[in-house]
Design a binder for this molecule. Structure first.
Ligand SMILES: [Zn+2]
Length: 160
């Protein structure tokens, strides 16, 4: 798949970098960013389609625990399996993540913060008995779906 170009923030920032989210510099840039965000979710749809074809039902974008803000992309509550399909750009894929030069400080904090939050969520969920399965959006949907199915079968066997 093609990689997302980094969003195109307006270089003029008047508030402290930690506070202000850069605005898209034009309507066309904004439209491109929104289109990009929709396209970024597509690998998740492809994985879901394969699971569905295998007869597996799931919850989508589901809150995992009442007191946690974390939402899993594909979730089995009874088995306590949460799948996350992480976007290469937003979650810092080691192969594809790039950092914009404009507003570099703001983006560094934002993107580093995403990774930190991911790792914290992983630890919290694992401590509560969740099996957290994370994949990159660049991974083959077939391979991801196969790996998820193996884990579902493993947990079902363990709880049977
Ligand atoms: Zn990647």
């Amino acid at each position: 798949m093609t990689l997302p170009p980094p969003p195109d923030p307006e270089p003029e920032v008047t508030l402290p970098v930690a506070v202000q989210r850069p605005e898209a510099s034009s309507a066309s840039v904004r439209a491109r960013m929104q289109k990009q965000m929709r396209r970024d979710t597509d690998p998740e749809v492809q994985v879901r389609r394969r699971l569905h074809a295998a007869g597996i039902r799931y919850r989508v974008d589901n809150k995992l625990e009442a007191d946690l803000r974390t939402r899993g992309d594909i979730v089995w509550r009874g088995l306590r399996i949460a799948v996350f399909i992480d976007g290469c750009y937003w979650h810092g894929c080691p192969l594809h993540a790039t950092r914009p030069k404009a507003n570099a400080d703001w983006w560094a904090r934002k993107l580093d913060g995403n990774v930190t939050r991911d790792r914290r969520a992983d630890a919290t969920l694992a401590a509560r008995g969740w099996k957290v399965l994370r994949y990159w959006e660049h991974e083959s949907p077939d391979a991801v779906a196969d790996a998820v199915i193996v884990e579902i079968q493993r947990r079902r066997a363990a709880t049977a």
